[in-house]
Every structure is written in C-alpha cells, then in structure tokens.
Write a protein that binds this ligand. Structure first.
Ligand code: SAM
Length: 390
C-alpha cells in the first residue's frame, strides 16, 4: 500500500526521523490538538489519566494531550517500531514536568506480553495514521470506523451469549460498556453509513498553523513563495465505547424570530439599529469548493478562503463558536467552507436524520438574515469543521 509520503512500511531511521520532526511534527501536532479539543468539547467531564499511542512516532499526540488536558498523566504507553522515533520521543520529553515514565514498545504484541490485562486498559487510545487529508486517507478512516463499530457489535453479541451461560464472571461496568457497543464522538453526528461514500467528495478538515523558522528556511531554499503558515489537511474519527446518549436536539423547543418580527418589536428609540450594522459591512463572498484531483499532500496549497478576513472579531484561528456540545445526534458538522452571498449563507452539513443517530445525510442548508437574524449571525461566525445546531 502506498501513501502520500511513500510506502506505509517506511522504516524511520535517524535521518527520516529528524526530517519528520522538523517538517511534519508541527502539523501533526496541530491536527491532533484540534481533534482532542473537539473531544474535550463533547466530553467536558472526560479527564484521561492513561493513554496508548499506536504508531506514536516522536510523540506529537502526547504533546497535544498535555495541552488539552493539562493535569498530569499517570500512565503512557507508546507503540512504535522505529527505535529512532522512540528515542526522538523520549528525548523531546526529557526534563518535562508532569510526565510519568513512558513505556515504548516495538509492537502491540510486545505490549500485550509485557502488561497485565488491567494495565492494557487506557482512558484514551490514539493512532495517527500516515495518510493526511486525502480521499485515500478518508477511506482508511472510514474503514477503521466501520471496523471498530463492527468489532464493538460483535463483542456485544458475544457478551450477550456468554451472559446467558454465566453472567457473574464479568464486572457490571465491563458488561455495560461492551453491551452498548461504540459510537462516534466526532466528526460524525450519527453512526450510520457515511453519506459522502461514492459521492465524489470526502470528509476532511483543515488546520492552519504557523511555520517554524526551520520550515521557512527550507521553503525559501526551494525557491517557493514564502508564507508564514500552512494549511494541514486531515481526516479523523473519534470513537467511544458505550451507547450514544439520547439528548434533546439543540433547537428543540427553540423558535427564532424572523427579521420582520424583530422589526415589529422595535421601540422608536431603536429605529436606527440595523442588525447588519452590528455585524459590520456585508461583503459579497462566493467561494467554491473544488474537489482536488491531486491526492498529494497539499499543505502548501492555500485552502479556499478558510479564514475569513472580515471575521477578525471572531478570533484568529479555527475557533468553533460552540464552546461545548453534548453527544446527542442533534449537532451537525459543517463540511467545507460556508458560502456567503449577500445576506444568505449556504452550508454543507453532515447531520443525523434519525433521533437515535443511526442514520445521517449530507445536506445543503441556507440561512438567511430575513428568516432569522440570530441563526444568520451564528452562520456568519461558522467555519469549516464547526458544529451546526441542526
Ligand atoms: C506518520 S508517523 C506518525 C507519527 C506520530 N503518530 C505522530 O503523531 O507524529 C507513523 C508512525 O507509525 C509507525 N508505524 C508504522 N507501522 C507501524 C505498525 N505496524 N505498528 C505501529 N506503528 C507503526 C511509524 O514508525 C511511524 O513512526
């Protein structure tokens, strides 16, 4: 199998490891950080104390973990076949406070041989694959997602059978977790088939990051135009054991006023207020998302208007305007850059179509200022990858 970086079986020797740390680690760290922040948003009470990183390389994910959940980790196990990568991870983490003894294993088999069953349980398991945000990478993630959900269901069936024979062998907690299978925390709001399958589009996200000085020097030496940042494309799926909680959907029982209703309520002294005035000048923007035929790593290709020049008041990064969101199926996910035309915003949203989140659809929705100034404002603030409340 080949990836955008070459053979997946690539062995990282010292040179490749140094090159990876200098050129790829910042972007992988940024993407991990973004994904883990998303997990924290959906699971505010979750506070992992043990982690397993499969294919840990120089430990980018561990650095992101520390940033997102600053409380000390108690147990860290890394699985990494390259000794040079293992050394790089240990050396980067040397002298860092709040990091427990880190155990590196060459393979999952070695880890299994060396750890007791209870030590093999981790609060969080991370695996950063080779493929970046490409159609192929998305396919790998999709296969992984199907496989994990299938395994969880299989275990569930097995546990039901064994429960029939002898139900007191497993702890209640264990049985509960296995019985309920697994569900997707993000990016999907549902556990059904991916609606983008065979659509010609693929599910991916983009994280902008500042280039390091060595990256800038390297870029300059290649004679390419110099930019202070790059856009890292990535695909991901975050899964959790158990059953997706059944929550009310964010807009259940919520009614938004139309512009007309709002205007009708205005007092004479408010007459000069225009909701658009509060937002600043409306700019006509029409971005189109071109599916890229080129599957190569494209962090140098400027991502289509990912960051909106006119939205500086909303932050300088991909900041989701939703601070925290429950795990129910009611939150859709915005894919690709929302399209603005005058006072209309059109967004592609992947969302649940059933209350139990067992199925989803990829749909284009349009929000107009006239129909709802509040939703329009929310849509104006929304970026590719954000949650959307329906
Ligand atoms: C692209 S690197 C990603 C590194 C790391 N996850 C990070 O966050 O920077 C992929 C890593 O997976 C490791 N790897 C390759 N095959 C593996 C396997 N069968 N089991 C575990 N790790 C593997 C490679 O040695 C490499 O360090």
């Amino acid at each position: 199998m080949r990836s955008a970086y070459g053979d997946i079986g690539l062995k990282y020797k010292e040179d490749e490891t140094v090159a990876y740390v200098a050129s790829r680690m910042p972007a992988v760290y940024s993407a991990c950080h973004r994904v883990l922040k998303e997990v924290r948003r959906r699971l505010p009470e979750f506070s992992p104390t043990s982690m397993l990183d499969f294919g840990s390389g120089p430990g980018s994910a561990l650095w992101a973990m520390r940033e997102v959940w600053p409380q000390p980790l108690e147990r860290v196990n890394l699985v990494e076949p390259s000794k040079d990568m293992q050394r790089a991870a240990q050396s980067l983490l040397r002298d860092l406070k709040g990091v427990p003894i880190i155990h590196s294993y060459d393979s999952i088999q070695e880890l299994n041989q060396n750890l007791e069953k209870r030590e093999r349980k981790h609060d969080i398991v991370i695996s950063v694959l080779l493929e970046p945000g490409t159609p192929h990478g998305s396919k790998i993630i999709w296969q992984l997602w199907r496989y994990v959900l299938w395994m969880a269901k299989r275990k569930h069936r097995k546990s039901e059978k064994s429960d029939e024979v002898c139900c007191h062998e497993k702890s209640i907690v264990d049985r509960g977790a296995v019985r309920e299978g697994a569900f997707v925390i993000a990016p999907c709001s549902h556990d059904g088939r991916c609606p983008l399958e065979n659509s010609g589009k693929y599910c991916h996200f983009v994280q902008r990051l500042e280039r390091t000085s060595s990256q800038r020097a390297y870029k300059r030496s290649k004679g390419e135009p110099l930019r202070g940042f790059e856009d890292e494309k990535f695909c991901f799926v975050a899964l959790r054991r158990g059953k997706r909680p059944e929550e009310a959907w964010p807009l259940d029982g919520v009614k938004f006023e139309t512009l007309k209703e709002k205007l009708a309520k205005r007092k004479p002294e408010d007459l000069i207020i225009d909701y658009e005035d509060q937002l600043g000048p409306e700019v006509e923007e029409a971005f189109s998302y071109d599916e890229e035929e080129d599957n190569s790593y494209a962090s140098d290709v400027s991502e289509i208007a990912l960051f909106n020049k006119n939205d500086d008041e909303h932050g300088d990064d991909v900041v989701d305007s939703v601070e925290s969101a429950d795990l129910g199926g009611g939150w859709g996910r915005i894919l690709y850059t929302p399209l603005r035309r005058g006072k209309r915003i059109t967004m592609d949203v992947c969302r649940s179509t059933k209350r139990d989140a067992s199925e989803g659809a990829f749909e284009r929705i349009t929000v107009t200022h006239r129909h709802s100034p509040e939703l329009h404002l929310q849509a104006r603030r929304s970026l590719w990858g954000d949650l959307w409340p329906f």
